[in-house]
Design a binder for this molecule. Structure first.
Ligand code: ZN
Length: 168
C-alpha cells in the first residue's frame, strides 16, 4: 500500500511559496520522505531541519505546507525536535516514548506549558487532545493505525498554532 502523507503547516503566511524542498526516500513504499513549500520571507524557518533538494520550478503553492510521507515514529520525532522540544526546553531526546508513556509525556508537556503561561492556549488545547488520542490508542479504544493518524493530525494543528503564536 502506498504511503499516505500527513499534511502539516509550518506557517500561517498567505504568501505564495518561492521554494519547494523535496527529500527523496530510500524506502520502497514511498518515493518521497516529504515535500515542503516556503516563501522567500520564511525560508529562515528551514534551518537544518528540512534538508533536501531546493527548486523554484513547482513553487507558488501555500507557504509552510508540508506533505510528510514518513512513518509515524519519524514524524513524531520531527515534531519533537523541530518545535515541541524547543517549546518545552526539552533536551531533545531522540527516543520516542510509546503508548501510555507517550500520552504521559504529552500530558507533561501540556502541564509544563500551563505552568509557564497560566492560561490555556490553542497549543495546549491541541496537545491535550493529542494526549487524549495517545491514551485512547494505548488502551485499545482506537485501533493503532487510526490512533497514530489522529495523533499526527492533532500535532499538525498544534504545530500550526505554535507557528501562529510565534508570528510565523
Ligand atoms: Zn511565508
Amino acid at each position: 500500500m502506498p504511503a499516505v502523507p500527513i499534511l502539516r503547516q509550518l506557517t500561517t503566511c498567505s504568501d505564495p511559496s518561492t521554494i519547494v524542498i523535496t527529500h527523496r526516500s530510500r524506502a520502497a513504499d514511498r518515493p518521497l520522505d516529504y515535500r515542503l513549500e516556503i516563501c522567500h520571507r520564511h525560508r529562515w524557518l528551514l534551518g537544518k531541519r528540512w534538508p533536501g533538494r531546493r527548486s523554484s520550478e513547482s513553487a507558488g503553492g501555500r507557504c509552510g505546507a508540508v506533505l510528510d510521507f514518513r512513518p509515524f515514529e519519524t514524524v513524531l520525532k520531527s515534531h519533537q525536535s523541530n518545535w515541541l522540544g524547543l517549546l518545552t526546553a526539552d533536551s531533545g531526546s531522540s527516543t520516542v516514548p510509546r503508548s501510555h508513556a507517550l500520552a504521559a509525556a504529552l500530558h507533561e508537556e501540556v502541564q509544563w506549558l500551563l505552568d509557564c503561561k497560566r492560561k490555556p492556549t490553542g497549543v495546549t488545547v491541541a496537545l491535550h487532545h493529542a494526549a487524549a488520542i495517545a491514551e485512547a490508542t494505548a488502551s485499545g479504544v482506537l485501533p493503532l493505525a487510526e490512533g497514530q493518524r489522529q495523533l499526527l493530525n492533532a500535532l499538525s494543528v498544534a504545530e500550526t498554532l505554535d507557528a501562529a503564536s510565534r508570528g510565523a
